[in-house]
Ligand binder design. Structure first.
Ligand code: SAM
Length: 284
């Protein structure tokens, strides 16, 4: 049951959107090449630091701008409901880029001990306003932290790391890779990673134009500038290619991967995915 405080917050599976279930409980998940590949191949060369290094010239629009942003989510809140059948009360969860804390509060309602971190102090202030209710078994903690710089937990101490629409905020490929490495390092053996994020939509002329513009400015393919209501660039977001998905899941055994469609608050269609992976390696 969702808490009444989040009555307007629906799991992806209840949003009435077109959800195409790719696989469930499968170890060999087919991540199909259905057009959403990176034609530049840059993601494939992500380990090559010289090639990948900081191309986006709008340096003020790296992830640091999130400290100050008055952000309205592009779509309705999406909760990591798919995790529910894979977690146990008492486990430790970390919600990275928790914003107003919707996912953290949801996980706490399952009995998890949740830490929500966000780089934006106003988002954390709002998250702390949530009052526990009858369905919440634990109360999440919230702290202001930069996940890419600050040590938010000890290595190997977290059972569930949630990256819900977080990787989309990391336009520089090094930051994206660093976030994934940090998440892996924090996980216990048998710990779960949950990623919910956006897919490339090259067949959509609106998005293709946006990717081309950012790419012409030196950005990673799939980056685009998000404009504020006055038409000024507000932040740079990223849509993920199939190569990036493969890189993302490579350290894990995949429990669940699915794609679905939704609409942004501006009425644009978005393609999204959610995945759950198990860390089967012993923490270093
Ligand atoms: C697109 S929002 C997603 C929020 C929430 N997870 C959701 O799905 O609605 C991304 C969040 O990540 C936060 N963020 C961006 N960079 C961060 C960083 N380096 N460390 C921690 N939080 C960060 C932003 O402030 C923002 O609240």
């Amino acid at each position: 049951m969702l808490s009444p405080a989040f009555a307007d917050v629906r799991p992806a599976s209840a949003m009435g959107v077109d959800i195409a279930l790719e696989s469930r409980e499968s170890e060999a998940v087919p991540i199909h090449e259905n057009g959403w590949t990176d034609p530049t191949g840059r993601a494939e060369r992500v380990a090559d630091r010289d090639e990948a290094a900081g191309h986006f010239p709008l340096t003020t629009l790296g992830y640091h701008c999130w400290r100050e942003l008055d952000y309205l989510p592009a779509t309705r809140d999406l909760l990591p409901v798919a995790l529910a059948e894979h977690v146990r009360a008492g486990q430790r969860a970390l919600d990275v880029g928790c914003h107003h804390g919707a996912a953290a509060v949801y996980l706490a309602s399952l009995g998890l001990r949740v830490l929500g971190v966000d780089i934006n102090p106003r988002a954390i202030e709002a998250a702390r306003q949530h009052r526990p209710d009858a369905t919440s078994r634990c109360r999440p903690e919230f702290i202001v932290a930069d996940f890419l710089r600050d040590r938010v937990a000890a290595a190997g101490s977290i059972d569930v790391v949630v990256l819900n629409r977080f990787l989309t905020c990391l336009p520089a490929v090094e930051d994206w890779q660093d976030a994934l490495s940090r998440a892996l390092e924090l996980l216990t053996e048998g710990g779960l990673i949950y990623v919910g994020d956006f897919l490339l939509m090259p067949a959509c002329p609106h998005n293709r134009r946006r990717y081309q513009l950012a790419h012409a400015n030196g950005g990673r393919w799939g980056n685009f500038a998000v404009l504020d209501d006055q038409g000024r660039p507000s932040f740079v977001a990223h849509h993920h290619s199939v190569q990036e998905l493969r890189r993302m899941v490579s350290p894990y055994r995949v429990l669940c991967f699915r794609r679905f469609s939704t609409r942004s608050r501006h009425g644009h269609a978005s393609r999204m995915f959610e995945l759950i992976g198990v860390n089967e390696r012993r923490p270093v």
